[in-house]
Design a protein around this ligand. Structure first.
Ligand code: ATP
Length: 254
């Protein structure tokens, strides 16, 4: 890939005592691309997200944003420079309305509130009718959609999404994919951890597979699907294109 990566990790290593959660991991993310990050439970996906977003400082390697090293920069600094992240565990302001969740996010970041952008995102995410609803009362799929809208509220340049489709219905997943495509078409670089492999293969133009803290494979969905090591380590003998397993079905190798 060329040197135009908006986000790059090089030789990233993280240890937890005797466990090598990440070992020499490299990753490049270009503006406007949607890249999937998959792998069995414990592969290191969340740890890599923590390193990329600045929550965890790696023991080895570095992270670059727009070609400049940011390894020691805080999550807040990275957020100010256009990086957003959602978490596996939902993190909404439950006592604020859906619309206020977006406006607060905009105000706390660059540029201040932008009601037009917020309304546009709520519409795209199918949340228009819920804009006055308290976020804490929403079912999981809609709450995840609000998190996406909030993360995208001030036009981030890099979006790290941690299991965004978990708990969503098929219709919600379809809408989620459509919104992610629009954000990418606007130039946002999207990295997506997701256990629903069929969803990843459909949405992403490139997929990185982690296993035991290392990059096991990387390529187009077709290349990754055909990779014998990936099938053995993660996909088992089932063909994800045909079986379209649900999120639960993709967890782990057991
Ligand atoms: N805070 C921690 N302390 C000790 N070990 C940890 C810690 N966080 C992660 N690990 C270990 O590091 C490895 C990678 O974990 P990580 O959560 O990054 O994997 P993952 O791919 O995100 O898994 P999952 O799909 O279950 O979310 C695992 O062996 C895990 O047990």
């Amino acid at each position: 890939m060329s040197g135009t990566s908006v986000l790059r990790a090089e030789g990233v290593g993280v240890r937890f005592g005797g466990v090598r959660a990440l070992d020499g991991v490299g990753l490049r993310l270009a503006a406007g691309e949607v890249c999937g990050l998959i792998g069995p439970n414990g592969a290191g996906k969340t740890t890599l997200f923590d390193v990329l977003s600045g929550i965890r400082r790696p023991d080895a390697g570095r992270v670059l944003l727009d070609g400049a090293e940011v390894t020691r920069r805080s999550p807040v600094w990275r957020a100010r420079h256009g990086m957003r992240r959602t978490f596996q565990r939902r993190q909404l302001f439950g006592q604020l309305t859906v619309a206020d969740n977006l406006l607060v996010a905009q105000e706390s970041r660059r540029g201040g509130a932008d009601a037009g952008r917020a309304a546009e995102l709520l519409r795209a995410c199918g949340l228009e009718a819920l804009s006055g609803t308290y976020a804490g009362t929403l079912p999981v799929g809609q709450a995840r959609m609000v998190e996406l809208a909030r993360a995208a509220a001030d036009r981030p340049r890099v979006l790290l999404l941690d299991e965004p489709a978990s708990g969503m219905t098929a219709d919600e997943r379809e809408r989620l994919a459509a919104v992610v495509r629009v954000l990418a078409a606007d130039g946002c670089a999207v990295l997506l951890v997701e256990h629903n492999v069929a969803f990843v293969m459909e949405l992403c133009s490139r997929v990185v597979v982690l296993d035991l803290g290392r990059v096991l494979a990387e390529g187009t969905p077709a290349e990754v699907r055909a990779d014998a090591r990936v099938r053995e380590a993660y996909l088992g003998t089932r063909d994800p294109a045909r079986t379209a397993p649900d999120a639960q079905g993709m967890r782990g190798r057991a």
